[in-house]
Design a binder for this molecule. Structure first.
Ligand code: SF4
Length: 209
């Protein structure tokens, strides 16, 4: 679904809120350049949002700690990922972010499988690739927080040195970002999936500027 920037964010607000001395970071047509790049990389939807509208919560990392087998096994997950306070401090240094939506079906969601890993790798690499493109467009602070977890290696080298440090990023949930609330606040539905064969959405973020 194509989303008009005017529906999501008041650019004038952002400009007024910004420090008067900072450069003009968000031309009116920025989003129109970014959206096709995201589409090329396989994202279904792209939403521009204010960094202050990214919800965070302590409960998110509680779910990582209790109930996720990846806890303490990956560079991209807690406790290696930035903690909640660090995440909030980092978000306060940004004004804009991009939420990227992917649509998937995966009957192997709860099992480790080649199919699951392929989906994870595609999302991961697409997020990092878009971050790189944005950096080259002049958004030097662009930083990707991909969905799910890093599956570039069959088994993460953690706590030994990462094998692909250029692509190492923390996932957004690992940083304590409340994805459900953030998506809801954008006026979008997360479309909770109850049957394993149904389509589900997954979300990545890029902190932009
Ligand atoms: S690239 Fe490999 S070692 Fe590095 S975080 Fe990802 S899975 Fe772990």
């Amino acid at each position: 679904m194509a989303v008009r920037i005017e529906d999501l964010i008041d650019i004038q607000d952002v400009r007024q809120a910004r420090d008067k001395n900072s450069p003009n970071i968000i031309p009116q047509d920025t989003f129109r350049h970014i959206e096709p790049l995201a589409k090329e990389l396989g994202f279904l939807e792209t939403h521009l949002l204010k960094a202050q509208d990214i919800a965070t919560g302590r409960w998110v990392r509680l779910k990582c700690r209790y109930g996720c087998a990846k806890y303490n096994t990956s560079w991209c997950c807690p406790p290696a990922a930035p903690n909640l306070q660090m995440t909030r401090d980092i978000l306060s240094e940004y004004e804009l972010a991009i939420l990227l939506v992917s649509e998937n079906t995966n009957e192997h969601f709860y099992r480790n499988s080649g199919v699951k890993r392929r989906i994870q790798i595609k999302q991961w690499k697409s997020t990092v690739a878009l971050e790189r493109k944005l950096f080259l467009m002049g958004y030097y602070k662009a930083f990707g927080l991909p969905a799910d977890t890093c599956a570039l290696c069959k088994e993460c080298a953690y706590p030994k040195q990462c094998k692909f440090p250029n692509e190492k990023r923390p996932t957004l949930e690992a940083c304590g970002i409340d994805v459900f609330q953030t998506v809801k606040d954008l006026g979008q539905s997360t479309g909770l999936v109850r049957k394993i064969q149904d389509c589900f959405y997954s979300y990545s973020l890029i902190l932009l500027a």
